[in-house]
Design a protein around this ligand. Structure first.
Ligand code: EPU
Length: 428
């Protein structure tokens, strides 16, 4: 097992390059199944969620050529199975995208329900509603989701809830369906646009991605492509807060500033300086943040995936802030860990009242999920003394080389391997 150990209180200074977007990569990789040629995908983040999907594709029979840490070539020609075992699919939420992709390719899919971070109930009713509207029959037996269709035919689907996953899955199933599919109240996240751009680069006909009405005109075949994944909005936002919480100055490169607007706006409200460049943002701060209220919402609102990181930051503010979680039912489980570090946060359902403290106190804490883990790292960076973070595997699901990237801008951070009785050796 590994821990991340941080000796905090150092002002970070320098440049951090952001990797490709996790939530785009985990949609684009299963989409490869739909194509008849070889796909070369670049700017893939080196994270465990991506490794899981590439492994699934390989086990399903795809030819996978790893060109380097961030580029793979995948030929899905020899995939002939529409079954995804529970062992593979339970490791991550995005394994549900194989339902849409397999349905699109084979008109059949048998996939165990997805895993992923635990934020309360994570239903897939809107995904199923979409598959059924396209003509599939969906049943659940022996813990597996079964979808099958004689033919997939375009249809109009209104999502009762704005859902990234349902929007992705319906696009995947509809891209080779007959005729026109219209998704209304669709998710508008940058990774939805990236998936549509990827599919269009293979010959798909998808219009309106990035708005709440997406139109997909089915095509018969998709050809191979070369495609580079967009930068990760949430990784960028996390490093923006790293600059701010450490009272430092970071140039964060390989970003699309437009995707960061809601995060920049809230940081500026909290007194942080954010300067935008074409493909970079410069973030600078000194002094305590001002308190401010934040509500998470689907894009272009403030992202729920930045909620724990922003809460950690506001926990050091000069005043009382209100953080309202507008997407998930239960995304404040990590607050207990911040409390161990001296944060004063009261949670009532989907609302957290954050009374800022001047300093955190170093303590051993746990990553309770991916973004909660990032929040612990940020808290550790701001804290004098040694913060040890367990359950690092959550952080590795979504942050490419986080220890190396933060070390390079001055953080005293390392991974250590440990056994129950204590630390045994340094890894980095
Ligand atoms: N929902 C339903 N029915 C459905 C689907 C969703 O009621 O059929 C509800 C959910 O319970 C939730 C809301 O709709 O309350 C939004 O869920 P969504 O489907 O948008 O979430 P997701 O697709 O499961 C993706 C990201 C999450 C991110 C959410 C919201 C991926 C792989 N995951 O999850 O990312 O929090 O969208 O933006 O894209 C993360 O990266 O840390 C992460 C958790």
């Amino acid at each position: 097992m590994e821990k991340i150990v941080i000796n905090g209180g150092i002002r970070l200074k320098g440049e951090i390059q952001v990797s490709g977007a996790k939530n785009a990569a985990v949609a684009i990789l299963p989409a490869v199944l739909l194509c008849d040629g070889v796909c070369r995908i670049e700017n893939i983040p080196a994270i465990s969620d991506v490794n899981v999907i590439v492994r699934i594709l390989y086990e399903l029979g795809a030819t996978v050529k790893v060109i380097n840490d961030n580029t793979v070539e995948i030929d899905p020609k020899h995939i002939n199975s529409y079954v995804l075992s529970s062992e593979m699919s339970s490791k991550m939420r995005a394994s549900s995208y194989f339902i849409g992709a397999m349905l699109g390719r084979f008109k059949r899919a048998r996939v165990a329900p997805p895993g992923g971070c635990d934020f309360g109930v994570r239903p897939i009713d809107q995904h199923i509603k979409g598959f059924e509207a396209l003509g599939a029959t969906v049943t659940i037996d022996n813990g597996m989701v079964n979808a099958r269709a004689k033919e997939l035919v375009g249809s109009s689907i209104y999502l009762d809830k704005v859902s990234v996953g349902a929007t992705v899955n319906i696009i995947l199933a509809a891209v080779k369906a007959k005729g026109l599919t219209i998704i209304e109240n669709a998710a508008r996240e940058p990774h939805i646009v990236d998936l549509a751009n990827f599919l269009n680069s293979m010959g798909a006909n998808i219009m309106g991605a990035g708005t709440d009405v997406i139109k997909i005109r089915g095509v018969d075949t998709l050809h191979g492509t070369t495609y580079s994944i967009i930068p990760d909005q949430i990784e960028a936002g996390t490093y923006m807060i790293a600059a701010a919480i450490s009272g430092g100055e970071l140039m964060i490169t390989n970003v699309i500033p437009k995707h960061l607007e809601s995060i920049s706006a809230k940081l500026i409200e909290a007194g942080v300086t954010v300067e935008e460049f074409d493909e970079a943002v410069l973030v600078r701060s000194n002094g305590r943040p001002k308190a401010c209220n934040v509500l998470t919402m689907p894009h272009p609102g403030f992202p729920t995936d930045m909620q724990p990181q922003m809460t950690a930051f506001l926990a050091l503010s000069d005043g009382v802030s209100v953080m309202t979680e507008g997407v998930w039912d239960n995304r404040f489980r990590y607050v207990d860990q911040l409390t161990l570090m001296g944060a004063k946060i009261k949670v009532d359902g989907k609302v957290a009242i954050i009374t800022g403290v001047e300093n955190f106190i170093a303590a051993p804490v746990k990553a309770t999920d991916l973004r909660a883990g990032a929040a612990m790292v940020l808290a550790g960076l701001a804290t004098n003394g040694t913060t040890e973070i367990e359950n690092v595997e959550f952080i590795d699901r979504g942050y490419d080389n986080i220890v190396e990237k933060l070390s390079a801008v001055g953080a005293n951070i390392r991974r250590v391997e440990f056994i129950e009785s204590g630390i045994i050796r340094s890894v980095i």
